[in-house]
Ligand binder design. Structure first.
Ligand code: GLU
Length: 308
């Protein structure tokens, strides 16, 4: 595929939707509520290492739930794909990302590593002797997927750690049902840190491109994860990556994706490229409104759909 063709469709997707006024910033994390809702970026990184990008692609925003994919990848390295299926699960919950009812319905097994309960359980699975080692390993995985400059934002982390009572409750529920594999307070704290790193749309496109490139980061050329785990990660993303809108995304776009309440959204075109968008206003499901429209337009126009 020619770079010029990608640039044209990327530009069209950006121009068409950058001014769309729908959705609202996430407000349950005070830091996110303050971000300028007008910001908008779209970026592509190809498996050959080309970057095509436009809009506010230098702006650093909260990775949030997209971090769950990196931690899942690390946990898969640590305990294998069958370990993940057994201990966490591999299916959509059909309920919002922070649902407690989802736990009640499935005997407290989280089912998905890409919703809050399963993500905290996944963080607890990472092999580590103590909290700081657990955190360091997760941060290193994010850096491998994106770049070595990825850092925690102290301000965002404080904003989240001070307001994450709901997640703390979920962590204790998991612990009481024997689905937490380290101290639940530690798991919740490290999970909250992993959501509090700052990234750009280019960073997220690089992460998506690393998955598109069977686990090798196309910019650093370094292997980040075992290529054999990639299909399993993409399957989880397809089923659960956009919360309870994952089915719509599979139906309308047909690519494995992952969103975060910070306004980031990425999608993987296996063997070809990673695409990512940033735009803070979210719909009721917690997905970026402009991001969904931009990626759908881009993928449809270029006929990127894993089911075709
Ligand atoms: N830190 C956020 C939370 O735990 C992440 C949610 C998300 O992006 O889905 O609620």
């Amino acid at each position: 595929m020619k770079k010029e063709e990608i640039r044209l469709v990327l530009k069209e997707s950006y121009e068409k939707y950058k001014g769309l006024k729908e959705g609202v910033n996430a407000s349950y994390i005070p830091y996110l509520e303050k971000i300028n809702p007008e910001l908008c970026a779209i970026s592509v990184v190809t498996v050959d290492g080309e970057t095509i990008s436009m809009g506010d692609d230098k702006f650093k925003f909260a990775i949030e739930s997209i971090s769950k994919v990196c931690t899942l990848a690390l946990a898969m390295q640590d305990i294998g794909i069958n370990g993940i299926r057994k201990k966490i699960g591999d299916s959509p919950t059909g309920l919002p990302f922070n649902s407690v009812i989802a736990l009640e319905l499935h005997k407290d097994k989280p089912l998905s590593p890409l919703v809050n309960a399963g993500a905290m359980a996944t963080t607890s699975i990472i092999k580590a002797a103590d909290k700081e080692t657990r955190w360091k390993r997760i941060l290193e995985m994010q850096r491998g997927f994106m770049n070595a400059q990825i850092e925690l934002s102290e301000e965002l982390n404080a904003s989240e750690q001070n307001t994450n009572c709901h997640n703390k409750s979920i962590a204790w529920l998991l612990y009481s049902a024997h689905h937490m594999y380290c101290d639940p307070v530690e798991a919740c704290e490290v999970y909250t840190r992993q959501c509090s790193t700052l990234v750009t749309s280019i960073d997220l496109a690089t992460m998506a491109a690393t998955l598109a490139n069977k686990g090798i980061n196309p910019l650093t050329k370094k292997r980040v994860i075992d290529g054999r785990n990639v299909p399993h990660i993409l399957a989880e993303m397809t089923m659960e990556g956009l919360y309870d809108e994952s089915g719509d995304f599979a139906y309308l776009v047909g690519l494995p994706g992952k969103s975060g309440v910070g306004g980031g959204l990425l999608a993987v075109v296996p063997g070809k490229l990673g695409i990512a968008t940033f735009s803070p206003p979210l719909n009721v499901a917690g997905n970026s409104v402009r991001g969904l429209k931009m990626i759908r337009n881009f993928a449809n126009k270029l006929r990127f759909n894993i089911f075709c």
